[in-house]
Design a protein around this ligand. Structure first.
Ligand code: IVH
Length: 680
């Protein structure tokens, strides 16, 4: 890394130098997975470049790595016409169908010899990247295959995608203008981390990495996209500059150009090679750090691909083989229960450990009492456990013939599994049971860790382990006790592995948390159903704890986005004497219990100028609530689709508006994508 900055003397040269340096490190980190500098050093390079570009705006280039942090939010995604239609693949599920495919290929090629390239089928979202003179000019979604959305700003935030490629030659000719296609997806670990955070906050979990990736790519604010760790694998190259020969050469070229390309590719000469490839990945797929949902088979020669052509929207030269969701049978030994921070009691299947697609499963989710009753699952049953595109295994049924004669129908417990044996209750219209005991130790721990977590009060040093330790020692009982820990300094110092420094750091972090804005406090205190977004809305609408405490259900539901469920829970919370005592102690400790003047003036304009049409039934909210959410962010709701419509939100059983939207090329959002958009 250059040590002396030339920023002052020659900013243009220094900017170029920094870009080169950052590009190199992006490639080493995101494509090679072999970084050579620390995150801190990398951040320093990026900061220096940002500073130069801020001082000399004329020096900003479209391929500058500073584009990675995102730009101004868009009002709408322009549509782009694909130069070559983006086809999709026909699916197959059996060896016979693959054999048929191979036969059709042979017939189509009039008996010519052919090779098939086998590669992984990434479970994500297809995108197209266009480069002009080696610089990324357009990133687009597949859309209907003919036109897609221009999501260039979002694509630029994905670090493994080069914004500029170095000159690359094929058979002596430079490839300057070209198109690359591939799949954008999220690593399992990154997905789990995002969901763990959401769970801590009591927010709804994303179903799987694919939906989250799709929702993220459709965000209009690319700065939000930049915060999400998306990855890409490229599997297609087209350029009119050169005469490309084979798919396997293209993959090699893509790799040379600096694109991320899967290392798990095999050129197969026989059907047997293909079957071996498929079987081995069916076995190994669980050990991959990302989801694949099958194998893609492609004729290798580009000339032969052209000879074969396409029917309807699928090429005749390629096919997908889809894996079955991995399933296993095992004994359901027991059903246990977990109590979350809001008191929700979740049933968990305790299984005879069984090896399923790469790992041993001994527990699986049973969701709630209705799920168990619906499937009539009983302790002692041999159950079916499934691992699909979702991270957590689930019990999906039982084997009728194997049911023991004495297996009794399962009844959900009426008492909390904690030491207080509190009667559980199930609110009207809900599938979940709750424990309401304020001293339930399960809840206490969850409440404390939620309170101190990063997106809540962000108290560094008060993680799960420390919370457990302090609860055990009876130093922490409620969240208000956190602010009295300073009176127990000596006891803290006496703890194993705690020194002056760590105790002082913790106490300083606690003190610092008192600066957190009111909305954070409201989110952190753990009102059931009030997530981060809900807390912001309530804080803005009612201004203070006192304002909120005196609000009625009617006043609460009059706020767009606040439904009956949240309103009921807020009223219940503020009527609870124990909660109020805790809240008063927090207030006395100096936590912010009202909006600052500055905050009072700002309101969301994220969707300003955008028109939405909603069609079909939504699962999470009524259409009215969805409409209110849009208006709350400054958007408008309309009853009919036109060219001016920005988005059509599509639920189950959509009407003709869905077809109209497709016809007009209006951006279509599913419910999850929509929720992500209005959550921010
Ligand atoms: S090739 C005409 N290769 O699967 C060929 N697609 O079901 C088009 N996908 O839309 C795609 N991994 O989103 C191809 N190695 C791979 C793939 C892949 C995942 C996705 C892609 C495509 C869908 C087709």
């Amino acid at each position: 890394m250059p040590q002396i900055s030339t920023f002052d003397t020659n900013p243009a040269a220094r900017a170029a130098e920094l870009r080169e340096e950052i590009r190199k490190h992006d490639y080493l980190y995101y494509v090679e997975a072999a970084p050579t500098i620390s995150d801190r050093e990398y951040d320093a390079l990026m900061q220096e470049l940002l500073d130069i570009e801020r001082s000399y705006p004329a020096l900003v280039t479209p391929d500058s790595p500073t584009a990675r942090v995102g730009g101004e939010p868009l009002k709408i995604f322009p549509t782009v016409q694909h130069e070559i239609q983006m086809l999709s693949l026909a699916n197959t599920y059996t060896r016979e169908e693959i054999t048929d495919f191979d036969r059709r290929v042979r017939e189509g090629l009039e008996g010519e010899k052919h090779q098939i390239v086998s590669e992984l089928k990434y479970d994500g979202v297809a995108v197209s990247l266009r480069y002009e003179n080696g610089i990324l000019s357009i990133g687009a979604t597949r859309g209907d295959g003919v036109t897609g959305d221009d999501i260039t700003q979002n694509i630029r935030t994905i670090r493994s995608i080069p914004l500029q490629v170095h000159p690359t030659f094929f058979e002596g000719k430079e490839i300057k203008n070209f198109e690359v296609r591939g799949e954008v997806f999220m690593m399992k670990d990154d997905f789990v981390a995002i969901n763990t955070d959401r769970e801590e906050r009591g927010e709804k979990l994303y179903a799987n990495p694919r939906n989250l990736s799709a929702g993220t790519l459709k965000q209009l604010d690319s700065r939000e996209v930049a915060k999400r760790p998306l990855s890409m694998m490229c599997y297609y190259l087209y350029s009119a500059d050169v005469r490309l020969q084979s798919h396997s050469d293209n993959l090699k070229l893509l790799r040379e150009m600096g694109f991320p390309v899967s290392p798990h590719v095999q050129v197969c000469d026989t059907l047997e090679d293909i079957f071996v490839f498929i079987d081995s990945w069916d076995q190994k797929r669980e050990s991959l750090p990302f989801f694949i949902d099958g194998i893609v088979l492609k004729v290798n020669s580009m000339r032969q691909q052209d000879m074969l052509g396409a029917i309807a929207r699928s090429p005749k030269w390629a096919i997908a083989y889809k894996f079955e969701a991995a399933k296993a049978q095992t004994l359901l030994k027991d059903i246990s229960f977990q109590v979350g921070r809001t008191g929700v009691v979740t049933p968990v299947a305790e299984l005879q450990p069984v090896f399923l697609a790469g790992s041993t499963v001994s527990r699986a989710t049973l969701h709630n009492g209705d799920y168990i009753a619906g499937l009539d699952i009983r302790i002692g049953d041999t159950v079916i456990v499934e691992k699909g595109g979702d991270v957590i295994p689930k019990v999906s049924g039982y084997v009728a013939e194997a049911r023991p004669a004495d297996a009794a129908q399962f009844t959900f417990p009426t008492i909390c599994p904690c030491e207080h044996h509190t009667p559980l209750h199930r609110p009207d219209g809900e599938a979940n049971y709750y424990c309401d005991h304020a001293e339930c130790p399960w809840q206490i721990r969850r409440k404390l860790t939620h309170f101190s977590s990063r997106d809540a009060m962000d108290i560094e040093g008060l993680g799960e382990k420390v919370v457990d330790q302090l609860v055990e020692l009876k130093l922490l009982f409620t969240i208000a006790d956190i602010y009295e820990l300073h009176t127990h300094r000596d006891e803290l110092l006496a703890l194993d592995r705690w020194g002056e420094k760590s105790v002082d750091n913790l106490l300083a972090a606690i003190e610092l948390s008192k600066q957190k804005p009111f909305a954070r406090v409201l989110f952190s205190i753990g009102i059931r159903f009030v997530g981060e977004g809900g807390a912001k809305i309530l804080a803005r609408a009612f201004g203070s704890v006192d304002g909120l405490a005196s609000a009625t259900v009617e006043q609460l539901t009059a706020v767009p986005e606040i439904g009956g469920r949240i309103a009921g829970s807020v009223v219940e919370f503020f009527n609870d004497e124990t909660e109020m005592a805790i809240l008063n102690r927090l207030r006395a400790a100096g936590l912010r219990c009202e909006l600052s003047d500055n905050e009072q003036q700002s309101i969301s304009k994220v969707l300003e100028g955008k028109t939405f049409v909603i069609t079909g039934e939504l699962e999470q909210m009524s259409r009215r609530e969805a409409g209110e959410a849009i208006e709350r962010h400054g958007g408008k709701v309309s009853g009919s689709v036109s060219k001016k419509t920005s988005y059509v939100v599509v639920g189950t059983s959509p009407g003709s508006k869905f077809d109209k939207a497709r016809e007009l090329g209006v951006t279509i959002l599913n419910e999850e994508e929509f929720l992500i958009m209005v959550a921010g």
